[in-house]
Design a protein. Sequence first.
Length: 126
Amino acid sequence: MDDKARFEQGMQVRREVLGEAWVEKSEAGKTDFNKDWVDFICRTAWGDVWSRPGLDRRTRSVIVLTSTISTRNWDEFRIHVRAGITNGLTKAEIGEIVLQCAIYAGVPPANHAFKVAQEVFTEMGI
């Protein structure tokens, strides 16, 4: 698959996982400075990794939520709480993921993750 096809595949997966509105907002923020970065992320993260057949999207969401809590990447965590719901995770399952992370990544990041996840659930009306 060439770069253009990987980018197009990545954009499709990105839209399906993150939602049309989020991607459009992100695309509106694209500049000459960051356009190569956006292209890279669409091709590699979304066109290559998220498009692989080895794991379903629900499982990928569990992994992303876990890693974003562990690394305290709260902007990405917020985005992927919403994506996790889109990919079939329940509110209760996200709570279990946060609890599991508390044991291995620490109580302070888990505490903050509960706060952020609740904000996202409220925004989503769930």
